[in-house]
Design a protein around this ligand. Structure first.
Ligand code: FEO
Length: 404
């Protein structure tokens, strides 16, 4: 049975929710699912904006058939060719063989690579090209590396709707929701929107800023992303979040304490540091065991907070692997502009601090605080005092409005 929602008088959400998949892109846990959004415009011409993952293909096709209600499909605009959005293209091509596919040159290449039979029925567009579907006129805006090189967004100049591809998307299935103002987004969705953005698109901040620069020149009334809710109110809220994430500026003054601990001694140091920070008035603090927390969550938190404390034991005369993996992920995602306290542990040849600092040195505008703490097996009185000093140093750096 169909399950659709009306976005405007003549635009429908015809996407579907994925609640069975455990790992998005087979890497990121999605305990609350994800939506694959697709939109169908009923104008003088009928226009489908993107499709959906094949896993939800049956629901998606039912939705398209219901909204078309016997009309033929004239156009299929493909803003993004990653298979979570384009996989059902093939079924659309089979069911609506007269459809014209509209997308970029690079997207056409990907269509061939994925084996979709798009040839004469392809209409290539590039930056600034326009099309009219009757009442609605659209302009195409290239958005390379948001999140793949072929990506574009489509702006409906008639009603101000921006079909924004992966931009402004989020993890979590919609479960009946269509608009962001139907939920408490800040409380219930923001963490998952941040985790989606930072892990999927975080590396490409400058490209996202390019797109935001183009977006600032058009009068956007509504954001229709390919995942998560549609934005029709308070667009400044999500745009502000995107500016922070894309420029690697922290959203909040606060501390992410990420620790690794084999036998509980490094965790003890983390607990003492957390207690000292609270005692000294820093209550915006989250603490995670990197061995138990999927690093996609750690990445989201690292993008959120201004400060980090990283505590890890030495392992094979190197850094404990889950901490190394988390830190290398931060490095690959281009995280910058953070103040970091480092605490190492080693019973006979401590090395983890050296490796952590090497990784931090290879990142941009990361400040490692001078209070380096080295635990030898368990927390001594001297280390306890050093943790107290590290807490002071973290708080002092916040007061100084730290320049990285
Ligand atoms: Fe949701 Fe880059 O695909």
């Amino acid at each position: 049975m169909h399950c659709v929602r009306k976005v405007t008088d003549d635009l429908y959400w015809v996407g579907a929710n994925e609640k069975r998949l455990h790992l998005f892109e087979n890497i990121h846990p999605i305990e609350d699912g994800v939506s694959y959004n697709s939109y169908l415009l009923l104008d003088e011409k009928t226009v489908l904006f993107d499709t959906a993952d094949w896993a939800v293909g049956r629901q998606f096709i039912e939705n398209v058939e219901y909204v078309l209600d016997g009309r033929k499909l004239d156009y299929m605009v493909i803003n993004h060719m990653e298979p979570d959005h384009c996989a059902s293209m093939e079924e659309i091509l089979l069911r609506y063989p007269e459809v014209t596919v509209v997308s970029t040159e690079k997207a056409y290449m990907l269509m061939q690579q994925f084996g979709f039979s798009v040839t004469d029925n392809f209409h290539q567009v590039q930056e600034g090209d326009t099309m009219s579907f009757g009442k609605h006129n659209v302009v195409f805006v290239e958005a390379p590396m948001v999140h793949w090189p072929e990506a574009m967004v489509t702006f409906d100049t008639t009603n101000g709707v921006l079909f924004s591809a992966d931009a402004f998307g989020s993890f979590k299935s919609l479960d009946g929701v269509l608009f962001a103002d139907e939920v408490n987004f800040d409380r219930d969705w923001l963490d998952e929107a941040r985790r989606y953005y930072t892990n999927i698109v975080g590396k490409y901040g400058p490209h996202v800023m390019d797109l935001l620069g183009k977006a600032a020149t058009i009068d956007i009334k509504m954001l229709c992303p390919l995942h998560g809710p549609v934005w029709r109110k308070d667009l400044g809220y999500i745009l502000d979040k995107y500016v922070h994430w894309a420029t690697y500026e922290p959203e909040e003054k606060g501390v992410l304490i990420a620790y690794a601990s084999m036998y509980g001694n490094t965790e003890s140091a983390a607990q003492i540091l957390a207690a000292k920070l609270h005692e000294k008035g820093m209550h915006n603090l989250r603490m995670y065991d990197v061995s138990k927390t999927h690093q996609s969550y750690l990445i989201g938190e690292a993008f959120k907070y201004s400060h980090m404390a990283l505590l890890a034991p030495t392992y094979n005369l190197n850094l404990f692997p889950p901490m190394e993996s988390f830190m290398l992920d931060m490095q690959k995602l281009n995280l910058q502009k953070r103040v970091v306290g480092v605490v190492e542990n080693g019973s006979w040849a401590p090395q983890s601090g050296v490796v952590m600092k090497e990784i931090l040195d290879s990142m941009k505008q990361m400040t490692v605080l001078n209070e380096e703490v080295s635990v030898t097996s368990s927390v001594s009185k001297a280390v306890y005092d050093e943790l107290d000093s590290l807490a002071d140093s973290i708080i002092d750096s916040m007061k100084q409005d730290y320049k990285y």
